[in-house]
Design a protein around this ligand. Structure first.
Ligand SMILES: Cc1cc2nc3c(=O)[nH]c(=O)nc-3n(C[C@H](O)[C@H](O)[C@H](O)COP(=O)(O)OP(=O)(O)OC[C@H]3O[C@@H](n4cnc5c(N)ncnc54)[C@H](O)[C@@H]3O)c2cc1C
Length: 415
């Protein structure tokens, strides 16, 4: 064990929830240390969508224009193609808002941007290659973390721990919190195919045929693609059928891709996403708050996980900045009521979206597999109307309330 340190807030996990919470708190003058297990943010097949609600948050911070100076792609709609007929599931272009589109940007680039902004504050510290393996307790409160960096274990004492370490959160488990899983019927296979100039302009499209669903996201130079498979047996069935059968499925669903399905080398070269939907009953214990996927894992429907993670971060910073500053000034622990307030604010929108996602999954799969086309299309139309605004903004979008009180200068990063 080496060198013990202390901080006001230790945020565990440099994903969208943790990075945004760290930026907002640092900007409001709170001393923050962000721990990230990996040495960089480069992870393929993560949520690369930045929704209008998140763009609004960035705009409130004066950062939206700066983000858009990075390479990105704008998507104005989500649609579904079935039996050659296209239906809009959501048209963001019709929203009367400042950012009527989803910005597609590699999640690594987005996180690099957010942590880069946080690093302009001297009270922000980023510890990369630092993996939490336990929380510290004193008098029934979490009072810090134990983490491993390289070959060494460290302890970091803090007034508050924010657990934002994703769907398999070690931090929440270490604090004795376990999410309640909700049943979902699908898993997802992810892959890329090259995009050609004369390909159709698709935005985000679901292509349905004969019980199969292919999702295509136009990323400019390639198609970010996914195929839904039944949970449980789906992967085994895919392996048994082999890559040729999978290529045929993709080509049947999107005939314009038939000339390049050979880019899919083998079943092993595909990525699998174990789709989960779960939620914690309690998002906090004394001295610790859980946010983002660690508090509620979302299904891929609508691609809303990043946005919800960011919204949690804004709600947490809004509710906790004043108690944290007081805590440092007067030595009073952050009251549990402040942590409970974050959960109270974020549970209803999260639960409602999870409910709608599960309903949408039932509409798509039942309709498609059972061949009840009309039911599926009516359902998709109905859900789709609601989904337009919902996908862009969720329910109860958050506004940044805390003012910037520190001028940016330069924080610290250890790799
Ligand atoms: C394949 C895939 C595709 C997706 N597509 C979309 C999409 O298109 N749009 C969308 O909105 N959402 C999508 N999602 C969901 C989205 O990525 C998540 O909802 C979102 O990233 C959640 O953010 P988070 O910050 O809560 O957690 P995460 O993004 O999971 O971040 C957690 C961070 O914690 C770090 N960490 C984990 N354990 C530790 C530890 N012990 N110590 C220190 N650090 C740790 C991780 O390295 C990671 O950086 C997708 C998810 C997957 C898996």
């Amino acid at each position: 064990m080496t060198e013990n340190r202390s901080t006001t807030v230790c945020v565990v996990g440099g994903g969208p929830a943790g990075a945004m919470a760290a930026l907002l708190l640092a900007r409001a003058g709170v001393e923050v240390t962000l721990l990230e297990r990996h040495g960089d943010f480069l992870r393929d097949f993560r949520g690369d969508t930045v929704h209008p609600a998140t763009l609004d948050v960035l705009d409130q911070l004066g950062l939206a224009e700066k983000l858009h100076a990075r390479p990105h792609h704008k998507i104005g709609s989500m649609s579904m193609i079935r039996a050659g007929k296209r239906r809009e599931l959501a048209d963001f272009r019709r929203l009367k808002v400042k950012f009527p589109f989803i910005t597609m940007i590699g999640q690594w680039d987005f996180l690099d941007f957010i942590t880069g902004e946080a690093a302009r504050y001297p009270n922000f510290r980023l510890l990369m290659n630092s993996s939490l393996h336990d929380v510290l307790w004193a008098n029934g409160r979490v009072c810090g973390v134990r983490y491993r960096s390289g070959e060494e274990d460290h302890e970091l004492r803090s007034d508050l721990v924010i657990a934002a370490d994703g769907r398999r959160s070690v931090t929440r488990a270490a604090a004795g919190l376990h999410p309640r899983a909700m049943g979902v019927s699908i898993d997802v296979v992810l892959f890329r195919l090259s995009r050609r100039d004369d390909d159709p302009t698709e935005g985000i499209t679901l292509r349905l045929d004969g019980g199969d669903i292919l999702g295509l996201i136009d990323r400019g130079s390639y198609w970010q693609s996914f195929v839904e498979i039944p949970k449980g047996d789906g992967i085994r069935a895919l392996r048994a059928a082999g890559i040729e059968a999978f290529r045929d499925t993709v080509a049947r669903l999107a005939p314009f891709l038939a000339d390049r399905v050979g880019e899919l080398e083998s079943i092993d070269a595909l990525s699998f996403l174990d789709v989960r939907v779960d939620r914690l009953r309690r998002w906090h214990v004394p001295g610790m708050l859980v946010i983002g996927d660690a508090a509620h894992c979302m299904s891929p429907v609508g691609g809303v996980g990043v946005n919800l993670a960011v919204q949690d971060a804004v709600a947490a910073a809004n509710a906790l900045t004043a108690p944290l500053l007081r805590c440092r000034r007067e030595g009073i622990p952050v009251p549990r009521s402040a942590l409970a307030a974050v959960q109270r604010r974020r549970t209803p929108p999260t639960a409602a979206i999870q409910l709608l996602q599960r309903a949408a999954l039932r509409v798509d799969l039942n309709g498609a597999t059972a061949g009840t086309d009309t039911a599926a299309e009516d359902g998709a139309g109905l859900v789709g109307k609601l989904m337009g605004r919902l996908i862009a903004y969720g329910i109860r979008p958050e506004r940044v309330r805390e003012k910037r009180i520190l001028a940016p200068a330069g924080g610290e990063t250890e790799r």
